[in-house]
Design a protein around this ligand. Structure first.
Ligand code: XMP
Length: 510
């Protein structure tokens, strides 16, 4: 495996995903947690960072235990850190360099740049720059602005690149990572969905034996794939619980329940909507709504789980990005995303997380490998508290109904609209939904004055929900959806489109 040491860059997870795309296993660890005793490690990548190497409290590494022991690739801060540590110089660049650049003077014979075009486009994002290399290092690529865009320690498997090969806009970035991971480190490329399913099912069988396991299904990709994997391993010993808090999409509870049953899962559907509606009545504060739903969910789940008296395990669809112990630079909670944290201890259950090493796209590949239906696998993410965080202000069953209708028209529209390249709009966006606004406005329908609600459509593109851009949907599509919503959804007379990106906005409105 490859170890990626994290210095807090926004793109550290992307490095991990690129390495996995090369069918090579990797782990992302905080910079000071290198597993020196792990014989499976074949190479090290040092990430970027929002900090400067000459900051007083900058991160330091025990390089004498790494250099000469493993192939090393430093990216941005990682490259600067090695250059500075081994006797070079790093200084603030006059202007912050951000965006596209083209390589020059690429040493085509260098193994890291094998197959590179001479003027390959790369992506820069840095405020500091390497102004002098250590004596025994040589420059292997430059750009107009950056003299040492890439270097190698002479005769050693140690490289630094100032640009970010992991981002999409570094057009040959994947090739560079392939050169490092496969050619230089000797990665065997044996990490595939098929091998993952086989080994995981075998491991689960060994781990769980004849024990009974319970799992909370949400309708989302992760818990569904976890359930199918467990079902393969232990069959009837898995009991799944699917709670309807009343704030799901239109018909979702029944449709998804039917999907689960046809997958052969042993699933209990619990309709708890009344409980949630009464607890949420009159509550307008977003965090309070989230807390009520989080706690209510745990209560319902626990009551149901207790009926399975001999359960030993709680299984969850936790995936790798949920667990990566990255540097938390700000330490501030923006929104409390709800999960079933705390349940296993309370109920004396052991935790089983079969997807804990996978990125989202890998979870989807695993689902396809197990022949799960495509509409379950390519589903957009949906927040745990559901439509509750898309109804601004207090929640009533009637408001949920209005929102469900509008949302259904929007989502169905996205699924049915095929673009020139044959892909549907639904598959082109990361996530979409409708928000019910707490305002009314004047309209006219026939000869009548109306005074009704406004809704906002939200559709975003993203790769990990950390950052997102509003989706540039075709005008004709928006016209069609807006028209259909206003004509068919009683109580709505105005439709807006949310054109904010994240940051500074978030994907959900609450
Ligand atoms: P924000 O609104 O923070 O959302 O940009 C980022 C992603 O997280 C989803 N989300 C949640 N998911 N429980 C979840 O399981 C939650 O409480 C929750 N809140 C937001 C959101 O839909 C988006 O994909």
């Amino acid at each position: 495996k490859i170890i990626i040491l994290d210095f807090g860059s926004q793109t550290t997870q992307l490095i991990g995903r690129r390495v996995r795309e090369l069918d090579t296993f990797c782990e992302i660890l905080p910079y000071n947690k290198f597993p020196y005793d792990d014989p499976a490690v074949i190479g090290v990548i040092l990430s970027g960072s929002p900090f400067s190497v000459y900051d007083e409290n900058s991160f330091k590494l025990e390089f004498d235990r790494l250099r000469g022991h493993y192939p090393i690739l430093g990216i941005c801060y990682g490259a600067q850190l090695m250059a500075q540590t081994f006797g070079g110089k790093v200084e603030p660049s006059g202007t912050r360099e951000y965006g596209r650049a083209n390589l020059e003077h690429v040493d085509a014979g260098n193994p890291l740049f094998k197959g590179f075009d001479q003027h390959s486009q790369v992506w820069m994002s840095h405020g500091d720059t390497i102004t002098a290399l250590p004596e025994d290092f040589e420059c292997v690529a430059s750009t107009k602005e950056v003299k040492y865009a890439a270097y190698q320690a002479k005769g050693e498997k140690l490289w630094g690149v100032q640009f970010h090969p992991e981002v999409f806009h570094s057009l040959q970035g994947s090739l560079l990572l392939r050169n490092f991971v496969v050619d230089i480190c000797g990665g065997k490329q044996d990490w595939s969905p098929a091998s993952f399913v086989d080994t995981t099912v075998a491991e689960l069988k060994a781990q769980l034996g004849n024990d009974r396991v319970i799992l909370g299904l949400s309708g989302g990709v992760d818990s569904s794939v976890a359930a199918v994997l467990l079902n393969k391993a232990i069959g009837k010993n898995l009991t799944c619980i699917f709670v309807d808090h009343g704030m799901l999409r239109k018909n979702e509870f029944h449709d998804v329940l039917r999907d689960y049953e046809s997958l052969g899962l042993n699933v209990i559907g619990v309709d708890a909507s009344e409980k949630f509606f009464s607890e949420l009545a009159g509550v307008t504060e977003p965090e309070k709504k989230r807390k009520i739903i989080g706690k209510g969910f745990i209560d319902v789940f626990e009551a149901e789980a207790k009926k399975i008296t001999d359960a030993k395990w709680l299984a969850q669809g936790t995936i790798y990005p949920d667990r990566i112990e990255s540097m938390n630079i700000t330490g501030k909670v923006i929104k409390s995303h709800h999960n079933v944290g705390g349940l296993p201890e309370k109920m004396h259950l052991s935790l089983c997380e079969p997807l804990k090493w996978l990125f989202k796209d890998e979870v989807r590949r695993v689902g396809r490998q197990m022949q799960m239906p495509e509409h379950l696998i390519s589903r957009h993410p949906f927040p745990g508290p559901g439509l509750a965080v898309r109804i601004l202000g207090d929640i009533t069953p009637e408001k949920v109904r209005v929102l469900q209708e509008a949302d259904d028209i929007f989502i169905r529209g996205l699924r049915e609209w095929t673009c020139e390249d044959g892909e549907t709009l639904y598959n082109k966006v990361w996530q979409a939904g409708v928000i019910l606004l707490p305002i009314q406005s004047v309209g006219v329908m026939g000869d009548e004055r109306t005074y009704e609600k406004a809704v906002a459509l939200r559709a975003v593109t993203s790769t990990d929900a950390m950052t997102a851009d509003w989706a540039h949907l075709p005008y004709e599509f928006m016209a069609k959806v807006s028209n259909e919503i206003i004509n068919k959804v009683k109580g709505v007379n105005r439709v807006c489109y949310d054109i904010s990106s994240k940051p500074p906005a978030t994907i959900e409105w609450e």
